[in-house]
Design a protein around this ligand. Structure first.
Ligand SMILES: [Zn+2]
Length: 494
């Protein structure tokens, strides 16, 4: 995610290419994730536009890719974070922007669960109903799978956060029961949080059919299939996605759509204002093309940048990002560009290479913020990038840390709950994280630095990486002391 910030643009245009980094890199391994069997979601749903209710039926094939027997299956029910006003995932100063017409409830109810065709034994984990526990009568052994059917009802809130509806758009983000990640820490059941992007998931395959009124256009993760069926005043949209770590869709009655193909990916811009909507498309196309060169190719056929009733700036989902429609304004083009590029960089760092965004947010946000600076370097030249880095990242970080009451120690690697507010979170995680990557580049030199990013991308594509995984790549290149320095920066700052 990226919040809107006041930004000064420095306009020296000088194109340089990063293609020479690629020539020096020969991959040592392909995508190991090809051997992992990914979960499969098949979701059919009907959206009632009047009541803003969605009736869903989900068939999940869940694979146990761990070396342990799983007795239960845990799933996140994120819409329930929006059920009660006092627990809604916004900071106090955000409430008015999130609910401009006052609080409006949103939730998900589980109506029925079946496991392997039999009545399922299930319960909500706690009174906030944010986690569903399914108790398995036949535990799943390593390498085994289980078939689960879930019927559910979702109420969309009138809300300008990630999930809900506004004047123009219905935003289905974090909207269905999604399997929690089981990793070396066991099940990760962190709740929705008002700070950061509190999500952590495995890649999966999806097929989603959505019935909604004919007048709507749908932007989604994956690919919209051509065979749209009509049911009276409604139309069925069918979408398919492979190896993505979540599935989101946004619908609007008056979207305009522009598209352009780059390196085999069709980039689309969904917008309400023609002039700026086309600019968003241009930024996204350039970003995909630059990041393809710098990190490795985007493996999906579709990527969409979507204007939405969203007050926070931008938010990333696989193959789709939400951008606040307020940024589609000729006076705010630089912010539109910065945020579109930031969310596009997340396609690599969060989307393809996943990580725990609750426990190690710096790993995706720091690298994404630094990648955004790289885009400006490649597109407008090193002087522009340097100016942006100094003003938006370095200065902000050092001024904040100098004024902080708690003294030295920055805790760039904190969990979301450890941050006092979004300002502290942003400064330490985004700016502090980006500083780590700039420092690494300064110390290692361009050739080695970009090789580290390419190896990180190749080795962890479609998986979840940890900070230690990233550090290990550097150590494996013979830089043991540099690994120690990163660990120190993460705790102590600079
Ligand atoms: Zn972000």
């Amino acid at each position: 995610m990226k919040r809107v910030v006041i930004i000064i643009i420095l306009a020296v245009v000088l194109m340089i290419s990063c293609s020479h980094f690629r020539e020096e890199y020969s991959p040592t391994s392909g995508f190991p994730a090809e051997e992992i069997r990914v979960n499969r979601y098949n979701i059919s749903c009907y959206f009632d536009q009047v009541e803003k209710l969605l009736k869903g039926y989900q068939h999940l094939t869940y694979y146990n890719n761990e070396e342990t027997i799983l007795e239960d299956l845990y799933m996140h029910l994120y819409p329930n974070a929006f059920e009660k006003e006092d627990a809604a995932p916004f900071e106090p100063f955000e409430q008015g922007s999130a609910y401009p017409e006052g609080f409006n409830t949103g939730f998900i109810n589980i109506d029925n669960v079946r496991v392997e065709g039999q009545r399922g034994d299930w319960e909500y984990k706690s009174s906030d109903r944010e986690v569903l526990i399914i108790r398995l009568s036949d535990p799943i052994g390593p390498g085994e799978s289980v078939e689960v059917d879930i019927c559910f009802t979702v109420k969309f809130p009138h809300c300008f956060g990630r999930f809900g509806y506004g004047e123009n758009t219905v935003k289905a983000a974090n909207w269905y029961p999604i399997a929690a990640v089981f990793d070396h820490n066991g099940w990760n059941l962190d709740p929705y949080h008002e700070i950061g992007d509190p999500f952590y998931s495995d890649v999966a395959d999806y097929r989603v059919s959505l019935v909604l009124p004919k007048g709507y256009t749908v932007a989604s993760t994956g690919e919209v299939l051509k065979n749209r069926r009509h049911y009276g005043e409604n139309r069925e949209w069918t979408m398919q996605a492979e190896k993505v770590r979540d599935f989101a869709w946004i619908a609007a009655e008056d979207f305009s759509v522009g598209s352009k193909k780059t390196d085999g990916t069709t980039v689309r811009s969904y917008y309400f204002d023609k002039g700026t909507g086309k600019k968003a498309l241009e930024y996204a196309v350039d970003a995909v093309s630059i990041f393809n060169e710098c990190f490795g190719k985007y493996p999906y056929k579709n990527y969409s940048v979507v204007a939405a009733d969203f007050f926070v700036g931008g938010m990333e989902y696989p193959n789709l990002v939400l951008i606040s429609k307020e940024l589609y304004n000729i006076e705010r083009l630089f912010t539109l560009e910065y945020i579109t590029v930031h969310e596009t960089a997340h396609q690599w760092w969060y989307g393809i290479v996943g990580s725990n965004q609750v426990g190690e947010a710096w790993l995706d946000e720091g690298l994404t913020e630094y990648s955004t600076i790289l885009y400006f370097e490649k597109k407008y030249g090193p002087d522009t990038a340097k100016g942006l880095f100094e003003n938006l990242i370095k200065k902000r970080y050092y001024e904040y840390v100098a004024a902080a009451e708690e003294g030295p120690g920055a805790n760039i690697q904190g969990t979301l709950e450890e941050y006092r507010d979004s300002e502290q979170y942003h400064t330490l995680v985004y700016c502090g994280g980006a500083l780590i990557f700039q420092n690494l580049r300064d110390i290692m030199g361009d050739e080695k630095f970009f090789r580290v990013l390419e190896v990180y991308y190749r080795n962890y594509a479609f998986q979840n990486a940890t900070a230690e995984d990233f550090i290990r790549i550097i150590e494996n290149m013979g830089d043991n002391s540099l690994g120690e320095r990163i660990r120190e920066w993460l705790v102590m700052g600079f």
